[in-house]
Design a protein around this ligand. Structure first.
Ligand code: IYR
Length: 258
């Protein structure tokens, strides 16, 4: 049943291990283990290089858009596996990594997910959301039709492990699950974008049907459904403007004079 097995995440290419990352080679729950620090001193990136790379990254990330119209073109599997491996590097509460990624290609399973999601969304869009929510969504042009659930070559369903489940059925607490999985999904979306892929963070509500359709264990609840693919040739997106730095950044400056 549950758990991400070690083979699911492709191993790091050997040449990128320029740091000592760990002394253990397989994951074991960290809690109840002694504190065991190891040195961490990556080389500082020369300032000119850091500035150039961070500016380029910022521009690149500003090109990311949520896409709802996908091309049926196949996607190289390794790009998706790499992005999931990136998500798996996310920081998490007590390093519990409380996530499971279910990568669905099977068209029949995707069709069942689409059917169940559209049934819930129909109820939502025909009133359950309420007038304020519906008018907030109007500029996005979303509705109860979710063709991307079957059009995109991959459907990644991210589950949050609400608690840890040992093979013997006993459980242990997970901490900051929402925050941890949210950060991991952010890193996943970043990695997919850098690989030239488009994605959509879809949150059908309620999502309980996903636990059933995908046969997940009782400690997991769906967090997001993420169709992944290339944008359709005729894809369009809402004409959005992002908040300016002035609108999102508050600075409390040092008043020390140098
Ligand atoms: N979950 C619904 C509605 C929806 C809600 C928000 I907030 C969005 O930003 C977009 C959609 C759906 O997936 O259509």
């Amino acid at each position: 049943s549950g758990g991400v097995d070690g083979n699911f995440v492709a191993p790091l290419p050997a040449e990128s291990t320029r740091l000592t990352l760990h002394t253990m080679t397989t994951w074991t729950p960290l809690h109840n283990q002694p504190y065991h620090p190891i040195p961490y001193h990556p080389n500082r990136i020369p300032l000119a290089e850091a500035l150039a790379e961070s500016a380029a990254f910022r521009r690149r990330m500003d090109e990311r858009r949520t896409v709802r119209m996908f091309s049926p073109d196949p996607v190289p599997e390794q790009l998706v596996l790499d992005a999931i491996a990136v998500a798996n590097t996310a920081p998490s509460g007590a390093h519990q990594q409380p996530w499971t990624f279910v990568l669905v290609e099977d068209p029949q399973v995707r069709a069942r997910i689409r059917e169940a999601a559209e049934a819930e969304e129909r109820i939502s869009y025909r009133g359950r959301l309420g007038e304020e929510w519906l008018s907030a969504l109007r500029p996005l042009g979303t509705d109860e039709h979710k063709p991307h659930l079957t059009d995109a070559p991959y459907l990644l369903v991210v589950f949050q492990q609400r608690f840890g489940l040992r093979p013997d059925g006993t459980t242990y607490k997970h901490y900051y699950g929402d925050e941890s999985v949210g950060i991991a999904v952010g890193m996943l979306l970043t990695a997919l974008h850098l690989a030239g892929l488009a994605a959509l963070t879809h949150t059908p509500s309620p999502m309980k049907f996903l636990t059933e359709v995908l046969g997940r264990p009782r400690n997991e609840k769906a967090f997001a459904v993420i169709p992944i693919g290339y944008p359709a040739a005729d894809a369009v997106v809402p004409d959005l403007v992002r908040k300016s730095m002035d609108q999102v950044l508050v600075r409390i400056r040092s008043d020390a004079t140098h």
